[in-house]
Design a protein around this ligand. Structure first.
Ligand SMILES: [Zn+2]
Length: 92
């Protein structure tokens, strides 16, 4: 395993320890609805709100993980993160 892949693994492990993966489907559904109403802020406004509403104390590592998986803003989280997340799971 190369260094970059190893770092990614470590980040993923840390995320899985702090982030309840079960929140992800709900987050994606919430983004689909909210983005249609509010549009994308080009930030993580809606994702931050959803995570905080669901008891996540520190959203920063999660947002970092989203960015690492192509989720640079709310609409990109919706488009890219589920795909990358599933791919990661099936690669294991
Ligand atoms: Zn966006």
């Amino acid at each position: 395993m190369n260094k970059e892949a190893m770092t990614k693994e470590l980040v993923a492990e840390r995320i899985e320890a702090t982030f309840n993966i079960d929140l992800l489907p709900g987050l994606i559904r919430d983004l689909e609805t909210s983005l249609r109403i509010e549009g994308c802020s080009h930030k993580h406004k809606l994702a931050t709100r959803y995570l905080e509403d669901h008891g996540v104390q520190d959203v920063k590592p999660i947002l970092k993980w989203f960015r690492g998986n192509g989720g640079y803003c709310d609409c990109e989280i919706m488009l890219n993160v589920p795909y990358n997340f599933e791919r990661k799971l099936t690669e294991v």
